[in-house]
Design a protein around this ligand. Sequence first.
Ligand code: AVI
Length: 302
Amino acid sequence: MLKDDVIAGLSLPQKALPPKYFYDAVGSRLFERICRLPEYYLTRAELALTRRHIGSIARFAGKGSELIEYGSGESLKTRLLIRALRPSAYLPVDISAAALRAATQRLAREFPRLRIVPVHADFSRPLELPASKGRRIVYFPGSTIGNLLPEEAHAFLSMTRGQATRMLVGVDLKKDANVLHAAYNDSRRVTAAFNLNLLARINRELGADFDPRRFAHYAFYNAALGRVEMHLVSLARQSVRIARHRFSFDAGESIHTENSYKYSVEDFRDLAAAAGFAGKKVWMDRKGLFALHGLINSGSGS
Ligand code: AVI
C-alpha cells in the first residue's frame, strides 16, 4: 500500500520510494511522453528490433500459444506480436486497473476474435494466474526488469518459470554513459516532471505537504553497479508531514526513487540461468542499443 511503503521508505537511512508508484494517471501520461523523447532511445530501439525480427520472434514464441504480458500491453510492439503470433489467449497483467481497462478495450476493438483475460495484480509479489488451456509464453518488454534489483529480478524470473516454458524479455544494454545520461536527463525536463510527480502524488493521495519546488531531479549512471539511479534531492533543510509522521531532510539529502539496470547479453543470461532459464535467442536493433532475450525454462525439455 502507498502509505505504508512511503512511511517505510522515508524512514530508511537512505530515503527511498518504490518506482511502481510513478504510474498514477499523471505519471503514466508523463511516461508516454518520455517514450517519445528524442533522447529516450529505449522505446524506439525495442520497436525497431521487434519489427525487424518479428518472424523469428513469433516462431520462437510458438504460434497459437497463450501470451502473458507483464504490463498492460497498449504498445505498438504488443500489437505487432499479437498479429504475428495469433495467440489463443492474451493475458495482460498490470498493477493499474485503469491502464488495464484502457488497453483491454482498445485491443478488443482491434482484435475482436482474441480472447483477452486481464489480470489486475502487482507482479512485484507472487501471483496466481487463471488456469492455462495450452502452451504459454511470458512477454516482459520495455526493460521493466531493469527497474528491479537483481535479487528481485531473480525472484520474478523464478516465479514466471511456473507460468510458462518460454519467455521474451526486453532488456536495455550497457552503453556509453553519455547516452544514458541524456536519456534520463532530457532537455524538455519530462523525466524531471515524472520523478517529481511522485511527491505530488503523495500530496494528492496522502494529504502530505511536500513542496516539489524544493526538490530537484537527479539522475546519473552508477557504472560500478551498472544502473542509472534517479533521486529527488532536497534543495534546502526542510521537514515534510505525511499523516501523523514528520520527515526531516538536510540540504542535499536525496530520496532514491528508481534504479534502471543495464545488462550486457552475458550479464542477463547469467541472471536468467540462475533462475532456471537458458538464453536461447537474442535479437537486437541495428545500433545495438537494446536486446530482446528468448529464454527457455531449463527444466521444460522444450
Ligand atoms: C519503465 N522503465 C523501464 C523506465 C526506465 O527507463 O527505467 C522508467 C523510466 N524512468 C525514467 N525514465 C523512464
